[in-house]
Design a protein around this ligand. Structure first.
Ligand code: SAM
Length: 238
């Protein structure tokens, strides 16, 4: 369990660094912070990190429990005024927020729980201002099966394989394009680190730093990207 938590922390830190760089590039010609919507943002891990950078974040999530945790987390972090929670989901996103009302939509680990992925992405496009951006994170089914099995969770791996709802790169790119976006970049998250056992890293001095560097280097290589448990796609409204 400790290993799993540490792995997730590594993934999140890579992802947040990546997203921060992509938002910086997006805003090269503007000094203002962004209005960001975190669809299915849950308890606000990503929202908190983005608000710390000065952005205004609205978390839209159907779960009252998640929104209550988000509120506590916001107060604890002293970020009141920068983070707002709204109850809603992908299907009523436009009603909750209004059309063309935000600069960036974050949709991380949500596309596989919504009723219709194409409808969710269409709603995302509808709430974005012209040239708005989408940060999309989805689990890749085949890599998830492999990493679960290698970690010894074979029954879970079988369940993940039987459940055909996961995505691969081609499907995600096609869905994003159909919703009216142009893909700017696609990165695999965890392509190597998901498969390296923790004890190996602990045994070799500097291995963790080298692994983080390697992970970044291979993240856009198609051969490695398809092995990553998560795929991150950054896209802009065409
Ligand atoms: C796996 S969690 C991901 C949370 C967060 N985005 C992250 O990456 O840590 C999935 C989230 O989606 C929310 N959710 C479930 N159904 C949804 C829907 N139809 N539309 C939007 N969010 C939904 C859940 O309440 C939960 O907070």
């Amino acid at each position: 369990m400790t290993e799993f938590r540490r792995r997730r922390a590594d993934f999140s830190s890579f992802l947040l660094d990546l997203l921060t760089r992509q938002l910086d590039e997006l805003g090269r010609d503007r000094a203002q912070p962004y209005d960001i919507v975190d669809l299915g943002g849950g308890t606000g891990g990503v929202a908190t990190a983005l608000a710390r950078l000065g952005h205004r974040v609205t978390v839209v999530d159907p779960s009252p429990d998640a929104l209550a945790s988000l509120e506590r987390r916001t107060v604890d972090a002293g970020l009141q005024g920068l983070i707002v929670g709204r109850q809603g989901d992908a299907s009523d996103l436009v009603d909750v927020l209004g059309p063309a009302s935000t600069d960036v939509v974050v949709c991380h680990r949500v596309l596989d729980v919504v009723e219709s992925a194409p409808d969710a992405l269409a709603a995302t496009a509808a709430v974005l201002r012209p040239e708005g951006a989408l940060s999309l994170l989805v689990a890749q089914r085949d890599a998830t099966v492999l990493s679960l099995a290698l970690a010894g969770h074979v029954a879970l791996a079988r369940r993940a394989y039987a459940d055909r709802t996961g995505f691969d790169v081609e499907q995600v790119v096609a869905l994003v394009q159909q919703a009216g976006f142009t893909v700017v970049a696609g990165h695999g998250i965890g392509a190597i680190s998901a498969f390296v056992p923790e004890p190996v890293l602990d045994a070799e001095p500097g291995a963790r730093t080298e692994l983080a560097a390697l992970e970044a280097e291979v993240s856009q290589d198609p051969a490695f990207r398809s092995l990553a448990p998560y795929l991150h796609v950054f896209a802009r409204l065409s």
